[in-house]
Design a protein around this ligand. Structure first.
Ligand SMILES: Cc1cc2nc3c(=O)[nH]c(=O)nc-3n(C[C@H](O)[C@H](O)[C@H](O)COP(=O)(O)O)c2cc1C
Length: 322
């Protein structure tokens, strides 16, 4: 399976492992890149110097291309990251944002990273951002739907993909959000996607560095256990039903929005990290994930999630053509 995404990113399989803050660390990133996909360092909230240390670790674990997440907002870290990360020859800069992109701001940073020799992967949540990303020179666009883990997408993946494909022609478009099976990948390829991004499915791998309780929490979850919480904060995300989620849910249900937002942020702070690092996945930790948990039945190796996914997807596509 090779296509425009593979050519643009110099990878074998059109599979991207979505950046996951403090979760997609060098072990996972290098495993994905070694398997022929694109591993991406979860460096969005990392200070530049810590990101640089992790980049060196990744380089010691793979010779293949990998990505580094930069969060495109007007915060103080962006300038420093632009300066430091554009000088160390990073194969791919993977850019996400919670804001609607504006041309001048976006172009400025794309140009800095491109001048440093990086390809740009733009992860977008709405059509407007896809258009700006294309105009500013993104090499690959990932359309991420609301089924996905992490923050804020309001449009379902299938709708967003169809919409983006109507307008974006010069840049290959991948799809993300709620994807874990070859059958889903095949369906999206038939729609016109040129590959898929997965986050949650890569957490449920042997190579993922999170605590084993986090992984078993994903494997055990039913479809109705994935809860979409935090709308009051403007940055909703999915997590698996547990005692922590019940407290967060009660905060949203029992307070007016502005009060709920403050209380929610206080209660939620650090909870993903607690679950991932200490294994408290019931009381104080949150198993942050995507809505796809019920499709993930067993721990896999990263190679199964990358090569296995693409090979089975191709077999499904062949079969459907006969
Ligand atoms: C625990 C977790 C942390 C995430 N952190 C980030 C992040 O720091 N930056 C980012 O761009 N996306 C982040 N995401 C989103 C992923 O990159 C990816 O888009 C998403 O997981 C895809 O949806 P899926 O989990 O349903 O496969 C995160 C997702 C999860 C599950």
């Amino acid at each position: 399976m090779t296509n425009r995404v593979c050519k643009a990113l110099n990878i074998r399989y059109p599979i991207v492992q979505g950046a996951m803050a403090w979760n997609s660390m060098p072990e996972l990133v290098s495993a994905v890149s070694n398997a022929g996909g694109l591993g991406v360092l979860g460096s969005g909230p990392m200070p530049a110097d810590i990101a640089l240390e992790n980049i060196e670790k990744i380089r010691s674990m793979t010779d293949n291309p990998f990505g580094v997440n930069v969060f495109l907002d007007a915060g103080p870290m962006l300038e420093e990251k632009a300066e430091k990360l554009s000088s160390v020859n990073i194969p791919v800069i993977y850019i996400d944002t919670l804001n609607i992109l504006t041309y001048d701001f976006t172009k400025k940073y794309y140009d800095i990273f491109k001048a440093g020799g990086s390809k740009i992967v733009a992860k977008i949540n709405c059509l407007e951002d896809a258009v700006v990303a294309e105009q500013c020179g993104a090499d690959v666009i990932i359309a991420k739907g609301l089924e996905g883990g992490g923050h804020k997408s309001k449009i379902a993946a299938g709708i967003l993909l169809a919409e983006v494909l109507e307008h974006i022609k010069s840049v290959p478009v991948m799809v993300s959000g709620g994807i874990a099976t070859p059958r889903q990948m095949a369906g999206y390829i038939l729609m016109g996607a040129e590959g898929v991004e997965m986050g949650t499915a890569f957490i449920a791998t042997h190579e993922s560095p999170v605590h084993v309780n986090y992984k078993t929490g994903i494997l055990a979850a039913r479809d109705i256990d994935a809860l979409y919480l935090g709308d009051c904060t403007g940055e909703a995300s999915w997590q698996i039903r547990n005692q922590k989620a019940a407290r967060l849910d009660a905060i949203e249900a029992n307070n007016v929005r502005s009060v709920a937002a403050e209380l929610f942020k206080k209660e939620a702070a650090g909870s993903g990290r607690i679950a991932a690092q200490t294994g408290d996945t019931q009381i104080n930790g949150s198993i942050m994930c995507g809505a796809t948990v019920a499709l993930i039945h067993e721990l896999a190796t990263v190679a199964q999630r990358v090569k296995g996914m693409c090979e089975e997807c191709e077999a499904i596509l062949r079969q459907s053509a006969t």
